[in-house]
Each structure stands twice: as C-alpha cells, then as structure tokens.
Design a protein around this ligand. Structure first.
Ligand code: 2HG
Ligand code: ZN
Length: 471
C-alpha cells in the first residue's frame, strides 16, 4: 500500500488530498513568497488520528509540515521549495481539530482544538461573558494551534501578553506518535519541565499541537480609541511611555507612518483620519469598566497634542474605522506585490534611531523598493515591509536584520523564524543557545520529520555538534 492509501485508512479517503488544484492553497503561504511541493495533504480529526499519521510518516521517512490556517508570514507552515532537494513532505492540516469546548467559569479557561480559529475562540469566550485577550487581523483564519506554535503576539500584548502568557496547557503528539495531554487547567503545577511552554514558539519542529487550554480575562465593556498625529517616532515612543504610566486601561499602542496611511487610504478608497497629514500616527486604545472616553480625554489633555492632530472614537463603529487605518496595512502592502516581511523588535530606547537608519539601509540594499513601516510601538515591535526585490533575493533581509542586531533587537518579534530567517538566527541566539535548541529537537524528534528546514537548517544533532565544536 502506498502512503496515501495508508493515511486514507486512518483519516478516510476524503481527507487525503492529492489533486494539485486542491493542494495548491496548502503549499503556498499567504504572502506568495514561500511555496513548495507536497506529496499530499492529510486532515486528521483527532489526536489519535494525528498519532497514527505521524507513525506512518515516520516509518516512511516522510517529513511532515504542520499547518493551521496558513496565515503565517515567514514560510513556516508550507513545504520547502523543490530546489531544496530534500524528500517531498506531506502537509498535516489541523483544521478539522476545531472543537471549542465549554468555558470553565470557575477557572476562566477553555479548551480548544488546535484547528479552532481565533475568531471562534473569541466568540466562545464572549458568549460566556469573558474575553480571549489575544487579537490580530487574521482572526478569522488563524488557528489557535498555529498561534501557539508561533507564539503569536498581536494587538494587545502590552496589556495581556502574547500567546505564551495565555497557554495553561496543551495536548501534543510527538513525532513517534506518543500523546502528551496536559489540559486539566491547573495554574499551579510545578512538576518538572513545562513541556507545553517548551512547544510555544517551536514552529511545528518539536510536536504537533492538537489542543490548547487557554486562560480568559474579564470583559472590559467600555472602549475608547484615539489616533494621534505626531512629528516623529521618538515622540510616539515617549507618548506611549507617558500613557502607560497614566492610563490603567491602555490596551494598544500602534504606530504607522504617512506613506503607509496613504497606501491604506488608496487601497480602501477612504479619506485620511486627520485634516492635515502628519509624519507619524499613534493609535491608542483604552478599555475598562467605566468612562474610558473621559479617562482618555483627561490623559490626552495632560499631554501636549494639538486638537487638530487627534481623532477620537467613542463608539464601536468609530473605533473600528480608526483601527482599519492600522489593521489594513498588511493587505494594502500585499496589493503592491510580494513583500519581504521583516518583523523585528527593538529596545524602546533604540526604536527611533532604528527607524531612521532602516530607511537608509533599505534604500541602499534595495534601491527603488517601497518600504512600509508599522507595528506595535508599545512592544518595540516594527513590521518592516519591503516590496520590490525578487522573492528569492534576500539582500535586503540580511541588511535589515543585521541592523536590528546592531541596535540590540531581535530578528523576530512575533512572526517566528520560519524558513524566511533561518540564515540569520545566529544574530539573535548564541552558539550555546543554538546547541541546546538542537539537543531539544534531537530528543523530541530524533528522525527529524517535523518541519525540517524551519527554525534551523539540518537536524538537531548537527546544531548540537556545531555548538559543541564552538565551545
Ligand atoms: C500585524 O501586526 C501583523 O498587522 C502583520 O503582525 C504584520 O503584515 C505584517 O507585516
Ligand atoms: Zn504584528
């Protein structure tokens, strides 16, 4: 029996996809920059089926690329290009693992299958009067399993933390088919290594996440949003620090620039939010139980901003309208072509200097390219988007990431390393750290079948040995 038949015997023939017209959407990433062949796509519906799928693939020495909603931006959930020369993988799609359990009111937690979308989890929490506090623009497609695997961040990290801070436990399937279940929701559980947390951010290289136990937070019924036009990145950083000190309910501080706003307005066919353009825009959101509009007005009154440079929303429609100027950057950039996406984080004290320097670095490395900057200024996280250089020319990627390292930042804030940033991981991780990562990989996935080529090239053992040689 061939691989497809053996897998069909586990998941049903309808859930082993081999027609290239159907598998195409699983083998190219959202940006269009990363793509590679898969021999088939398999869609298990339970952790027991995932376990059997992995055992069959391990026995056949067939690599497995794990995929949730395929909204990643670094090529981590699609196969490597044919030119990589490795064995053709199968794609394991988690989208049928989409059950969302009842909310545990006593614990303010819920358990969701890895393939449940973020929007489905958010809706379940809201129906129970609570909130799942991670939010991002791809909410209707991104799955919580993928978000755990990449430690997704999003719009409210400064208030609630990233995905890591929400994970109370997981169910994992190891490469050899063993299932590790830790879904009881104990917030105190000091019984050795926290394997659930180890897998957060591991990008499908250590285990397949099949279910997640998540914490929920109280609903804040009031929300006020303001868009402030400023003169510089330094002003945006300083104002965010001020707001952090004064506004208890600060739940977002987002930055974008005039050229990005023009691009979004052109793309959406909307008018800009302020009568007069400003070089830098800071979007801030405050949520709470009572009069947050008053709180926001009071805080803004105490800091020095002209009224003409402020748009305030005190109702849901207005808030959604202001958020669109920020959230729709990603699709507006994609309308220009295939972007090079460099999601980086800087110490807040270095962010303004980096913003100035990166413009020059991109102009030098990719003359004529379009650079669009935006991001989560409260977290020091900028999304450096460059459109122009061919998808496989990574000159600008290397130049920007070296600049990040030079400013004391990290080459990945919230999107992960994927396939896009493998050559530069050493800029953010020491040889000793890489060796430990290699040893962990080799321990959990000794056959190297899970997402090979994501996070690092070669096997965990190679990395471990290189680290030993360096020591
Ligand atoms: C966002 O913050 C996402 O909107 C996507 O992380 C960023 O498109 C990007 O570069
Ligand atoms: Zn982001």
């Amino acid at each position: 029996m061939g691989l497809a038949d053996r897998l069909a015997a586990v998941v049903g023939a309808a859930h082993v996809l081999t027609d290239p017209d159907v598998t195409g959407s699983y083998t190219t990433d959202w940006t269009g920059r990363f793509s590679g062949p898969a021999s088939l796509v398999v869609r298990p519906s339970s952790s027991a089926e995932v376990a059997q799928v992995l055992q069959i693939c391990a026995a056949a020495r067939t690599p497995v690329v794990v995929q949730g909603g395929n909204t990643g931006l670094v090529g981590g959930s699609v196969p490597p290009p044919a030119s990589s020369g490795g064995p053709i993988p199968v794609v394991l799609s988690t989208t049928r693992l989409d059950a969302v359990g009842p909310v545990d009111q006593a614990a303010s937690q819920l358990t969701a299958g890895a393939g449940a979308t973020l929007a489905a989890v958010q809706a379940a929490a809201r129906r129970a009067g609570l909130v799942f506090p991670v939010d991002l623009a791809a909410r209707h497609s991104a799955t919580v399993g993928g978000m755990v695997a990449t430690n997704a961040g999003g719009l409210h990290v400064l208030r609630y933390g990233a995905m890591r801070q929400q994970v109370v436990g997981t169910e994992l399937v190891l490469a050899d088919g063993r299932v590790l279940t830790r879904l009881s929701g104990l917030v105190k559980d000091n019984t050795g290594y926290d394997l659930s947390q180890l897998v957060v951010g591991s990008e499908g290289t250590l285990a397949v996440v099949t279910a997640v136990r998540l914490r929920l937070v109280p609903h804040q019924p009031q929300r006020a949003v303001a868009l402030l036009g400023l003169g510089s990145t330094a002003e945006a950083v300083a104002l965010t620090a001020e707001l952090r000190r004064r506004a208890d309910g600060l739940s977002a501080a987002e930055i974008f620039y005039h050229d990005g706003l023009e691009l979004v307005c052109g793309h959406l066919g909307t008018e800009p939010p302020l009568a007069a353009p400003r070089p830098v825009y800071l979007l801030v959101e405050i949520t709470g139980r009572q009069d947050v509009v008053g709180e926001l007005a009071a805080v803004l009154g105490e800091v020095d901003i002209e009224d003409a440079a402020t748009a305030v929303a005190d109702d849901e429609a207005g808030a959604t309208r202001l958020w669109a100027y920020r959230e729709r950057h990603t699709e507006a950039v994609a309308s220009l072509g295939v972007p090079h996406k460099l999601d980086v984080t800087l110490p807040l004290g270095a962010l303004a200097a980096f913003e100035t320097a990166v413009r020059q670095v991109v102009a030098d490395a990719a003359p004529g390219a379009t650079l669009v900057l935006f991001g989560h200024v409260g977290d020091g996280n900028l999304h450096v988007n460059v459109v122009g250089p061919p998808a496989d020319d990574d000159t600008v990627d290397g130049a920007v990431l070296a600049l990040v390292a030079g400013h004391g930042g990290s080459i990945s804030a919230e999107h992960g390393i994927g396939r896009a940033k493998v050559p530069w991981l050493h800029l953010s991780r020491s040889p000793a750290e890489l060796a430990v990562m290699g040893a962990v990989k080799a321990a959990l996935d000794p056959g190297g079948i899970l997402n090979p080529g994501v996070l690092f090239a070669g096997s965990g053992d190679d990395l471990r040995r290189n680290g030993d040689a360096d020591d």
